[in-house]
Ligand binder design. Structure first.
Ligand code: 5GP
Length: 137
């Protein structure tokens, strides 16, 4: 977490937000600049982490469980055709706010928001990458 962490300020009630859910460990509130209407952010309340790389297993479990509940509610309330669950981690992955947060984004048929492009592995590349990633675990 950073000194100027806006989500910490929301947790502390120092900044306003449109809260949709709260429990002892997590908070969910509307994103101020939604990708689609109903776009909701789910965060751990603890002010100890920046992203997936330093969030505690306990806070992560609580946050993902809240995201699961919120996904159901957002899809139902927005009469959506699906939701994207997304998280940016570190600056070059698009993270702007240094407090762990999961995006729950309602999607509608034909909304034009698109999907990420997929590519293909060259011969032997997948086997080599599998070994590299397995070894890092
Ligand atoms: P990131 O790019 O870090 O994954 O996403 C940060 C998100 O936080 C953005 O979608 C942005 O619109 C949202 N955001 C930034 N500041 C505030 C704020 O003060 N209040 C709320 N509700 N959302 C914010």
């Amino acid at each position: 977490m950073a000194d100027n962490c806006v989500f910490c300020k929301i947790v502390r009630g120092e900044l306003p937000s449109f809260k949709v859910y709260e429990d002892d460990k997590t908070l969910a509130f509307l994103d101020i600049h939604p990708i689609s209407a109903g776009h909701t952010l789910v965060i751990p309340k603890a002010e100890t982490a920046r992203n997936i790389f330093d969030v505690t297993p306990e806070d992560w479990r609580a946050t993902t469980e809240t995201a699961r509940k919120v996904a159901h509610a957002v899809e139902k309330a927005m009469q959506a055709d699906g939701v994207n669950i997304m998280m940016n981690n570190r600056e070059h992955a698009g993270q702007v706010v240094d407090h762990p947060h999961i995006h729950v984004i309602p999607r509608h048929k034909g909304d034009g928001l698109g999907q990420w492009k997929h590519s293909a592995y060259k011969d032997g590349e997948a086997e080599s990458l599998k070994q590299k990633i397995s070894a890092a675990l």
